[in-house]
Design a protein around this ligand. Structure first.
Ligand code: FDP
Length: 344
């Protein structure tokens, strides 16, 4: 009636939702709840800046290149600093790690350290920024492994299976925050009028019937035989039944979000285009693992083509991985094609 999709007619803010989730865990201290508030606040800051775009003179790039060798866009920088500054002094984090920085980001000595580490991709899909196309932030929270003192690299190098919270913010026609603490996936839409994230997508499940496949088909020339044949299978070359439409934004959060809500598969396989990155483009810790955790919670599955993404123990902060993510049957089909046609 008021335009909000709410359970039992209730309007539920993200704050209230997080508190209700916390009440199911009597042992909880409220720390994670506070971290999620801070991330939601970061999302509001970033959203406000992305929506002002050219007005705020923050489109375009700086003169610098990040650890990935990509030019740093001004909005990337702003998003990166916003998340760091909202989390460095709260006493909840042992360390942070950002896709924009080579090393982990320590908590300054003057501030207390906490029990968690936060890994984040501040602004994913940044090559889309200047074209007013959707972009996003991805976050992943783990419990620290070290007992005390400054957080360590080892604290940040944990398999996705050990995630405590994973989520993303999508800056698009509307701004959304989607997260899981391991008990379902919930989506909130920012009402810019009141500055609140309101529950609009409770307990998201990936639809059983897949709708779209999503891949940068411009790279087909560089793919392995298995990936090429899998794509032809999706296009219905093997059987008319499996013909699927394709959608590709080139902005991982946007492509993932659509796959989650519509059903289907997103993949960014390994390719032979760039010898310096034989495992594809996407980063295990900042992109693949948190999205895999969300997808699994929504009833789907994510693989690197051979194994569950959540089982991979990262060896380095910026490790890359092939990613196949979406409906379980489709991802397993991709694994089958790769096993049958590609050398390992
Ligand atoms: P971008 O380079 O614009 O930051 O991982 C980064 C990413 O975007 C993903 O968001 C996106 O899925 C992918 O790269 C797009 O890569 P291609 O241009 O090679 O398709």
């Amino acid at each position: 009636m008021f335009g909000y999709t709410q359970e039992h007619g209730k309007i539920i803010t993200i704050e209230r939702h997080i508190l209700e989730e916390q009440s199911f865990h009597p042992e909880a201290t409220g720390t994670l709840t506070s971290i999620l508030y801070d991330l939601a606040l970061a999302g509001k800051f970033i959203s406000s800046n992305t929506s002002r775009g050219g007005l705020a003179k923050i489109l375009g790039s700086t003169d610098e290149f990040n650890i990935q060798g990509e030019r740093v866009m001004k909005l990337d920088r702003l998003a990166d600093e916003t998340i760091y500054r909202l989390n460095d002094h709260t006493g909840r984090m042992a360390a942070l790690a950002s896709e924009e920085h080579a090393e982990i980001l320590p908590i300054p000595e003057k501030y207390p350290r906490g029990r968690y580490v936060l890994l984040y991709d501040p602004l994913d899909g940044s090559s889309n920024i200047d074209f007013n196309t959707s972009i996003g932030t991805i976050f992943a929270i783990y419990r620290r492994k070290s007992e005390n003192g400054p957080g360590t690299l080892e604290d940040c190098l944990q398999p996705g299976r050990d995630l405590v919270v994973a989520g993303y913010m999508l800056y698009s026609a509307s701004t959304m925050l989607v997260y899981t603490t391991g008990s379902g996936v919930h989506g909130f839409t920012l009402d810019p009028g009141i500055g609140e994230f309101l529950l609009t997508h409770n307990d998201i499940r990936i639809p059983d019937t897949p709708r779209y496949y999503s891949v940068n088909q411009g790279h087909e020339h560089y793919w392995s035989e298995g990936v090429r044949r899998f794509t032809h299978y999706l296009q219905g070359f093997d059987s008319e039944d499996s013909t699927m439409s394709m959608r590709y934004i080139g902005s991982l959060v946007g492509d993932f979000h659509r796959t989650l809500l519509s059903g289907g598969i997103f993949y960014y396989p390994a390719d032979r285009q760039d010898r310096s990155r034989p495992h594809g483009k996407l980063r295990l810790a900042y992109e693949a693992a948190p999205l895999a955790f969300i997808m699994e919670q929504a009833g789907g599955y994510a693989s690197d083509g051979q194994q569950n993404i959540l089982d991979i123990q990262p060896q380095s902060l910026h490790q890359r991985t092939p990613l196949f993510i979406g409906n379980r049957e489709l991802v397993q089909k991709a694994e089958e094609f790769i096993q049958r046609h590609d050398e390992t």
